[in-house]
Design a protein around this ligand. Structure first.
Ligand SMILES: Cc1ncc(COP(=O)(O)O)c(C=O)c1O
Length: 480
């Protein structure tokens, strides 16, 4: 121990939360309790013995032969995909590779407003124009909701003049809200006669998007399975994607030294998740989660009705408490939630929930309500966004332009130069290239109060000296 410098990084890793904390955050394996058993036994081997390069027998995610190729093929079969690639840069890296493969430079893709920011990064890298579509909104919690088929039909109609190359869906959401995915995918596949490819960001899901017909699916094994952080997989099926293009974009974005441990983590998490033992583990966790939920509801706590029992979402607005405020209060008492938002607090129970969960969480929430509760918060204002919108200025151009910071109050009419993205959940409230109109500026000022410490009172805009900024891109829907 003496050899380590006394830096907090090492101290925190040795004793991450002190004793007696209630960890209800990701990774879903809960500090190792829910790790896939094969991975646990691998990690018990002498430290570092599993840290290997792409030795000939191993190969790598893009090699046709070798142990990794064999595991990828086995996982594709387990999940019902035609192809599977493991990734070591999280769902982020694989979402980027998938988008680059689907959309050539200069084309446009339909992305949901609650997209993860990694997709925006792919748009910059690939010179792809993001066509952002608005989503249904819940004023009680301030959460974006999954689209209905009627909503998506309107989006597709409004987007048609822009001729998108592909559509991205996020399902389930961070808070475990799910759409009728088979119906949405069928709608997109029928769009305009020839249909469009669908990429589903299932970072919080289990691969069910494949059975729903999605062409490409990205999974994160630390969010919904028993894998280590950064282990992820891209799954492909059908004829609306080209494996050679996917491999080319993976080559551009992935490291040339993928960690054998992280690759094995993805394989182990898939194999365990589909095994009898893995299914039993999940059923046990879900049964505990369901009982806890019923108990909290009997105690009068408003919980968001979602589709994943392992994501417990407290609607804090009706209690008169901001989710961010509740999070800070609980943190001081050793309860670590995953996702604080203005009107909700999401707890990730994980595959092996902590033993003290049922005893401590209800008690802590009762104390929280006694100390901070009050009259319900006002309803949240719907973001003032059009049904579909392209940025006024090219996303990459805006992001790399000289910028200046202006007070939010003076931002109306200016073009954003940087995303405004509270963390978590990493969903941008504003993206580079978007022109901030008066309603948006007022809404962002309100958001500032709702995300304490996360949104500055100034915003980065493209410097006024940059030529051509005021020339909005042509709107094909307005042309004859
Ligand atoms: C919906 C969604 N997609 C993708 C990601 C990126 O996942 P990762 O952190 O594994 O790269 C996240 C991360 O929170 C997410 O919430």
């Amino acid at each position: 121990m003496g050899e380590l410098p006394d830096w907090s990084l090492f101290r925190l890793l040795r004793d991450p939360g002190g004793r007696g904390g209630l960890d209800l955050h990701l990774p879903a394996h809960g500090r190792g309790r829910g790790l896939a058993p094969a991975l646990r036994s691998l990690l018990r081997r002498p430290p570092g013995s599993w840290d290997l390069p792409e030795l000939p027998a191993f190969g790598g995610p893009l090699e046709p032969e070798g142990a990794v190729a064999e595991a990828q093929a086995a996982c594709a079969a387990l999940l019902g995909a035609e192809r599977c690639w493991f990734g070591v840069n999280g769902a982020s890296g694989l979402l980027q590779a998938a988008l680059l493969a689907l959309a050539p430079p200069g084309s446009c893709v339909l992305l949901p407003r609650n997209l993860h920011r990694s997709l925006l990064h792919a748009c910059v890298l690939g010179r792809i124009e993001p066509l952002l579509f608005d989503l249904p909104f819940d004023p009680l919690t301030g959460l974006w909701l999954p689209p209905t088929t009627a909503h998506l039909e309107r989006v597709l109609a409004a987007a048609a003049p822009y001729r998108p190359e592909a559509v991205v869906l996020l399902d389930p959401t961070y808070q475990g809200l799910a759409a009728d995915l088979p119906a949405l995918v069928a709608l997109i596949h029928a769009h305009g006669g020839h249909g469009l490819p669908v990429l589903v960001d299932q970072a919080h899901g289990d691969g069910a998007a494949l059975a729903a017909g999605a062409d490409l699916v990205v999974l994160s094994l630390q969010k919904a399975g028993g894998g280590l952080a950064q282990s992820a997989a891209l799954l492909a099926q059908g004829s609306r994607n080209e494996p050679a293009r996917l491999e080319r974009s993976l080559l551009w974005l992935q490291t040339s030294s993928p960690s054998a441990l992280l690759l094995a983590s993805t394989a182990a998490a898939f194999a365990h998740g589909r095994s009898d033992a893995g299914q039993r583990q999940r059923r046990r966790a879900m049964a505990r989660a369901t009982r806890l939920r019923e108990r909290l509801e009997r105690l009068g706590f408003p919980l968001v009705a979602n589709h994943d029992p392992l994501r417990l979402v407290l609607a804090t607005g009706p209690l008169g408490i901001r989710g961010t405020e509740a999070d800070g209060w609980l943190l001081e008492r050793g309860v670590v939630a995953e996702l604080p938002e203005p009107g909700a607090l999401t707890f990730c129970l994980g595959l092996a929930p902590p033993r003290a969960l049922e005893r401590r969480l209800p008690r802590c929430l009762l104390d929280l309500n006694r100390q901070l509760g009050g009259p319900p918060l006002p309803l949240f204002a719907r973001p003032p966004l059009p049904l579909v919108a392209v940025p006024d200025l090219d996303l990459g151009l805006a992001w790399r332009s000289p910028l200046e910071r202006v007070p939010l109050a003076n931002a109306a009419g200016r073009v954003a130069a940087e995303p405004l993205c509270p963390y978590p959940p990493g969903i941008p409230l504003l993206i580079p290239g978007e022109r901030i109109d008066g309603d948006r500026a007022a809404w962002l000022a309100d958001q500032r109060a709702l995300w304490p410490g996360q949104i500055a009172d100034t915003v980065s805009v493209v410097a006024s000296a940059v030529g051509g900024v005021d020339g909005a891109v042509d709107d094909p829907s307005q042309s004859g």
